[in-house]
Design a protein around this ligand. Structure first.
Ligand code: DAH
Length: 340
């Protein structure tokens, strides 16, 4: 029996030495020390031994168990250590590898332009307000004093959702919405998208942006309008530019004007940007028509006001000498990144 025990011990130790994985070690443990293991079954046979032999054999059996347990533990620890080292090795961080480049985006030129326009008016005390892009015929045309036969009402010019609902063709409806929702003094700008049935070309887009302006207070005159827009133009294009008001017609203003600035490129002598005239048209403006003020619930005996509206794309094209409006909507990074 002693021999059997020594044999078990030697076999097990050899196997433990050869085992390369924790699974293999566990198998050995079960095979030799488990409930149905080889050592256990030898111990079970001890009942057949004589009383003198039993203690000695028992002692050896215990020693064998102890040795095997120790050997198994050592082998387990070895493998654990090895695995740990392998893992550390695999996870080494090479701090000399160059970092990943983070590409910062840039603001879209239309955003840059709108930000600039907004900032100039906010510095003059205007608040920013907004109106819906899906608008009613009432706010887009009727309330703005547009004649029933005005050509812009035509379905060939305007996107209609239904007989009474459309995509706004201008930001001017925000004028009436503002007049109805707050009492004078009113001093707001209203930036936003507008839509017209235009076939895209270098200067037309069915979707574009405008900035509307509205100021209503006691004693407002045309000179307030001229002064305000002159300050605006000088901040946007440079202190050297002059402004010129040309008579024009808009249904919602009386008198109405188109406003030109001296060409900021050639200074007024004539060049490609101003098409030789020395002047560049930048916006429409006028004194708010009494019919519009009345529609908004304003007492025209007490209050008067001015309004203006400009195209953001147009201003951006002039300022940055972009010769095709479609470039703004193509999202070509090579274009957009030039405005950093
Ligand atoms: N709504 C006009 C347009 O889209 C622009 C405009 C002109 C707005 C004169 C105004 C204004 O407020 O007074 O062509």
């Amino acid at each position: 029996m002693k021999n059997k025990l020594f044999e078990i011990k030697n076999t097990a130790i050899n196997l433990i030495e050869e085992a390369a994985t924790k699974d293999a070690l566990e198998k050995i443990r079960v095979e030799f020390l488990g409930k149905k293991g080889r050592l256990t079954s030898v111990l079970r046979g001890m009942g057949n031994l004589s009383a003198e032999e039993r203690p000695a054999v028992g002692k050896i059996a215990n020693e064998v168990r102890q040795v095997l347990e120790e050997e198994l533990k050592k082998a387990f620890d070895n493998i654990n250590e090895k695995e740990k080292l392998e893992k550390l090795h695999k996870e080494t961080l090479d701090v000399t590898i160059p970092g990943k480049k983070i590409t910062l985006g840039s603001k879209h030129p239309l955003t840059v332009t709108l930000d600039e326009i907004t900032k100039i008016f906010m510095n003059m005390g205007f608040k920013v307000t907004e109106g819906p892009e899906v608008e009613t015929v009432y706010y887009n045309f009727d309330a703005l004093n547009a004649p029933k036969n005005h050509p812009s009402r035509d379905i060939t010019d305007t996107f209609y959702i239904s007989d009474n609902v459309l995509l706004r063709t201008q930001t001017s409806p925000v004028q009436v919405r503002t007049l109805k929702s707050q009492a004078p003094p009113i001093k707001v700008i209203a930036p936003g998208r507008c839509f017209r049935c235009d076939t895209p070309d270098a200067t037309h887009s069915p979707m574009f942006q405008q900035v509307e302006g509205l100021l209503v207070d006691k004693g407002i005159t045309m000179s307030d309008l001229k002064g305000t827009l002159d300050v605006f133009a000088k901040h946007l294009f440079g202190p050297q530019v002059k402004t010129k008001f040309r008579p024009h017609y808009f249904p919602f203003t009386e008198p109405s004007a188109e406003v030109d600035v001296t060409c900021f490129k050639c200074g007024g002598s004539g060049c490609r940007v101003c098409k030789g005239s020395g002047w560049i048209e930048i916006l429409g403006a006028g004194m708010v028509h009494p019919n519009v003020l009345k529609e908004g619930g304003v007492d025209t005996e007490v209050y008067s006001g001015f309004a203006f509206g400009m195209g953001v794309e147009r201003i951006a094209m002039l300022k940055y000498e972009v010769d095709d409006i479609r470039l703004f909507y193509e999202n070509d990074m090579r274009f957009i990144e030039q405005f950093r």
